[in-house]
Design a protein around this ligand. Structure first.
Ligand SMILES: *Cc1c(COP(=O)(O)O)cnc(C)c1O
Length: 374
């Protein structure tokens, strides 16, 4: 059986973990955390990069930084993972769901303005499959309405929009290093603070609401509780593992993009025969090979495809249950306008395995057999 995902190891992870142990600091913000955050800062050009214990945690930090109060609204797509919405609900905020584009499956920027009210505090964009949202239009809307842009770039490391790194474009950007993403540490994430006005407060929120960072840099002679916050930092073992991955991030991305391209060439004929749709990457965006998916003609065909692939020995999956139709989404959020594209895509999309070391020939043979004995 070819599994849907298998975490890739560079080979240096255990050595760095051993070294972290030798350095006698296993709590956060030690040697390896600094290497990783410096790398992220350099790669993205952000003001400050903070490692977190997950992308979800980074988004929780953005909800505090955006000063979400009960009843405040946050605009976002419904076709996304729960962590795009949950952090705002934890602060009493109301997710306002907007439909997605037919091509990139990202939030439809043309539907955002009509969702804005006097309570809107932020727009959360999700770069689905690592392909960027239409950021120029979105930032323009945010500026005109004086609201923040938060990038859920969980899937977006190494992806580009007009030559800029995804995650470094809005006020705040969040990466995930969960084992299903391109660059991993088991669980893990990062917050990029691109709007420098928010950087000092981000450091405090991440350190349990204390000014410990100012103390360590000798700006204050004692550290104490100054704001709300939590413990959002990972320990050094996670950071050491992540450092091995970041050092190889470019190579990992190139290899994933090769697999992505192989799928895309393979599916182009089936696409021409109108059996399915394939992903679209706009001309001014560069993908990162995070995910390959196909969109079948209806839910019956989608479910049959997944079942037949399983019988042929390949594990394929679908997602997402749209947030607006989920139990908590109905309770805590509301929709703005039609959700027709979201509803359709959630019934017709299939994700294919995409991991370094998988047997692409066997997968493609299995797909051919599924389509030929129809
Ligand atoms: C994976 C993912 C997250 C959550 O990341 P964690 O690091 O597991 O918290 C959030 N949003 C999107 C779009 C994701 O794909």
């Amino acid at each position: 059986m070819i599994g849907f995902n298998k975490p890739y190891l560079t080979g240096q992870e255990l050595e760095y973990i051993q070294d972290a142990h030798n350095r006698s600091q296993l709590s956060g913000d030690g040697y390896y955390t600094k290497l990783c955050s410096d790398w992220l800062k350099k790669k993205t050009g952000t003001d400050r990069a903070f490692l977190t214990h997950s992308c979800t945690a980074a988004i929780e930090m953005t909800a505090i930084l955006a000063d979400i109060q009960p009843g405040d609204e946050v605009i976002m797509p419904s076709y996304t993972f729960v962590s795009s919405a949950n952090p705002f609900v934890l602060r009493g905020g109301v997710p306002v769901f907007v439909d997605i584009r037919e091509d990139t499956l990202n939030i439809n920027e043309n539907l955002i303005s009509q969702a804005i009210t006097s309570k809107t505090k932020a727009i959360v964009v999700v770069h689905y499959a690592g392909v960027s949202c239409e950021m120029d239009a979105i930032i323009d809307i945010a500026k005109r309405n004086k609201i923040l842009v938060i990038e859920d770039a969980a899937q977006g490391i190494y992806s580009e929009y007009k030559s800029r790194q995804v995650g470094s474009i809005g006020d705040l950007g969040c990466y995930s290093f969960h084992e299903t993403k391109n660059v991993i540490s088991g669980e893990g994430g990062a917050l990029l603070v691109n709007n420098a006005a928010l950087s000092d407060r981000a450091a405090i929120i991440r350190e349990k609401g204390t000014n410990r960072e100012q103390f360590l840099s000798r700006k204050v002679d004692k550290y104490s509780w100054v704001d709300i916050g939590s413990s959002y930092l990972p320990g050094e073992i996670i950071a050491a593992f992540l450092w091995a991955q970041l050092q190889n991030a470019e190579d990992i991305t190139l290899q994933r993009k090769e697999l992505w391209k192989s799928y895309d060439q393979f599916f182009s004929q089936l696409h021409q025969r109108q059996l399915l749709d394939t992903p679209v990457i706009p001309a001014d965006c560069k993908g990162n090979g995070h995910m390959y998916f196909i969109i079948l003609n209806n839910s019956f065909e989608r479910n049959k495809f997944i079942e037949k692939m399983k019988k042929a020995g390949v594990d394929c999956v679908f997602h997402y249950v749209p947030l607006h139709a989920s139990t908590a989404g109905i309770k805590y959020g509301r929709v703005s306008g039609s959700m027709a594209v979201t509803d359709r895509i959630s019934k017709q999309l299939v994700r294919l395995p995409l991991w370094l070391g998988m047997d692409m020939n066997k997968i493609q043979e299995s797909i051919l057999s599924v389509f030929s004995n129809d």
